[in-house]
Design a protein around this ligand. Sequence first.
Ligand SMILES: NC(=O)c1ccc[n+]([C@@H]2O[C@H](COP(=O)([O-])OP(=O)(O)OC[C@H]3O[C@@H](n4cnc5c(N)ncnc54)[C@H](O)[C@@H]3O)[C@@H](O)[C@H]2O)c1
Length: 299
Amino acid sequence: MRELARRGETIVVLDDLSTGKRRNLDGVAGEIEFLEASIADPQALARAARGADFVVHLAARTSVPRSVEEPLETNAVNVEGTLRVLVAARDAGARRLVYAASSSAYGEARTLPKAESMPAAPISPYGAAKFAGELYARVFTRVYGLETVSLRYFNVFGPRQEPGSPYSGVLARFLLALVRGEDPVIFGDGEQSRDFTYIDNVVDATLAACTAPGLSGQVLNVAIGSRVSLNETLRLLARLTGRPVAPRYEPPRAGDILHSQADITLARQLLRYEPRVGFEEGMRRTWQWYLSEYSPAQS
Ligand SMILES: NC(=O)c1ccc[n+]([C@@H]2O[C@H](COP(=O)([O-])OP(=O)(O)OC[C@H]3O[C@@H](n4cnc5c(N)ncnc54)[C@H](O)[C@@H]3O)[C@@H](O)[C@H]2O)c1
């Protein structure tokens, strides 16, 4: 959104602030129209989509463990909500809808890296719901002619990611623990790995997906294309931050996959996507942000 504002685009944001924070709009609030509303509300969606060329659909319940505890709620937001956003985009005559899909669609596929040609096999209610959103997007392309592109993001991280909830992403939790001088918690033995992708790369791919030609109905991975284990991540963080890091290991969580790494060939070809910010540089930038926001001296 900051990038869209920088480019001088007209922007409408619809968010119910259920996990999002208004202060994440600091610095761009004057340049956007903000509607505090749910994607369950068709009127609010119609208002937000009116006159839009592009709809980028990011709203979701994003936590795997929360989806295990509350599958109906995850379905209502991630499946029914996505369907409502598709309807609103179709009815508004939008040129294209870009949907934030998820690497969780691959589930426990053993082959690495994970390519879009592999069958989807989600293992959590969250993964199933995000995959259902892709299916609906494709159907809207076929049945109604709405151009859609689904981007399977792989573990996104960066500044402004909410760290304070048990449902927060793993890097956000690690960084908050380190800022506070606490021991980071790892669920499992820490050898599980992820293709952690810095947010700027995801923004590049998402904006490219709005306008790149010949993409309609496509599903594309968005990642860096390498993987790092949680234990390695904490060793890197110890080096970057100069702080002692002694993880606390707890039992693995239901629904969590073991390894994740993307094949990004298709995004390279079709979006001319190239990850600009590597994992280590992304961690450095993110650490700086968490330090400035959350260190005890600041609060
Ligand atoms: N972060 C990742 O690693 C990752 C990986 C794969 C896919 N994704 C997808 O990317 C998107 C953005 O994820 P994020 O990490 O920024 O999560 P986030 O929780 O920070 O953002 C989701 C936003 O959706 C809003 N929202 C939730 N329910 C809503 C509703 N009913 N109506 C309106 N707004 C609602 C929240 O308030 C929040 O601002 C999601 O669709 C997620 O599934 C994220």
